[in-house]
Write a protein that binds this ligand. Structure first.
Ligand code: MG
Ligand code: MG
Length: 271
């Protein structure tokens, strides 16, 4: 059952998403070679709690596995759900950071992939393609279209450029719960799937690999890694479906005020 949000609920979600965006920007300021992923997690958790929120992922349960941290930090061939710890970031790493916040009863959820120091042209291009795929998907989040239109847009953008689309994990509705209906796959057929209605709020989050879309899950119950160990990128926005066009409820503006986005580096390196 898909719950259509009221204006009041949407305002709450914007507030949660704003804390997420600012927490990610703070993380961006701390990303450098030599920092541990645990330190980034600590900085984000403190920021979230200082702003009246709760980290949405900490204590999140799937079966017998409980997620122990506030951020998911996924380095290089780790696609998503990497657990922060003693791992040290190195020059040339690609690191996706996913942040969830519960504030005033509503969830915010957004992710961004950062470069550590200088990354290869291949990694930068992967980021650019994934970032553009996210926006191609968002453009389809319009009343009357279907979930398959979003998936098709993401899939077509990436596969036509030779990238692998992860199918084992999907985007999702969001609101009073972190994961609501509908599921929002990053693949699909145009005109197929659940119909989109004004007032639906969803996370669109392409997980795109430089190699195949195949992934494996590690024995910790969380870490998702590419099967061929090729690098992976992940960007996520919270989107409100409307009649006139989508509204993005989350924001990268704070992040992009403190970094040069990797996809911009790719554009430069190609002249
Ligand atoms: Mg997320
Ligand atoms: Mg999500």
């Amino acid at each position: 059952m898909v719950h259509l949000k009221s204006q009041r609920e949407i305002e709450r979600m914007r507030e949660s998403a704003d804390v997420v965006g600012r927490a990610l920007a703070l993380v961006a300021e701390h990303i450098r070679p030599g920092v541990t992923t645990r330190e980034l997690d600590r900085v984000a958790e403190e920021f979230i709690r200082d702003h009246g929120g709760e980290p949405a992922f900490k204590g999140y349960k799937v079966g017998r596995h409980v997620f122990p941290a506030s951020l998911c930090i996924s380095r290089n061939d780790v696609v998503v759900h990497g657990i922060p710890g003693s791992e040290v970031l190195e020059d040339g790493d690609l690191v996706s950071v996913d942040c969830g916040v519960k504030l005033n009863g509503y969830y915010g959820d957004s992710a961004y992939t950062f470069s550590v120091g200088e990354i290869s042209a291949e990694k930068a291009e992967l980021c650019r393609v994934t970032y553009d795929a996210l926006h191609a998907g968002i453009a389809q989040a319009v009343h009357g279209r279907r979930v398959g239109d979003i998936g098709y847009a993401v899939q077509h953008h990436c596969e036509s450029r030779g990238y692998g689309v992860v199918r084992d994990l999907v985007g999702h509705g969001v609101g009073r719960k972190l994961h609501e209906e509908p599921q929002v796959p990053n693949y699909g057929e145009r005109g197929k799937g659940k119909k989109l209605k004004a007032g639906m709020t969803m996370c669109i989050e392409p997980m795109i690999n430089a190699g195949t879309g195949e992934v494996i899950q590690e024995s910790d119950g969380w870490t998702i890694r590419t099967a061929d160990l090729a690098p992976s990128a992940h960007y996520e926005h919270m989107v409100l479906v409307q009649r006139g066009g989508p509204e993005v409820l989350s924001t990268f503006k704070y992040i992009e005020a403190v970094i040069d986005a990797p996809y911009k580096q790719a554009t430069l390196s190609h002249g």
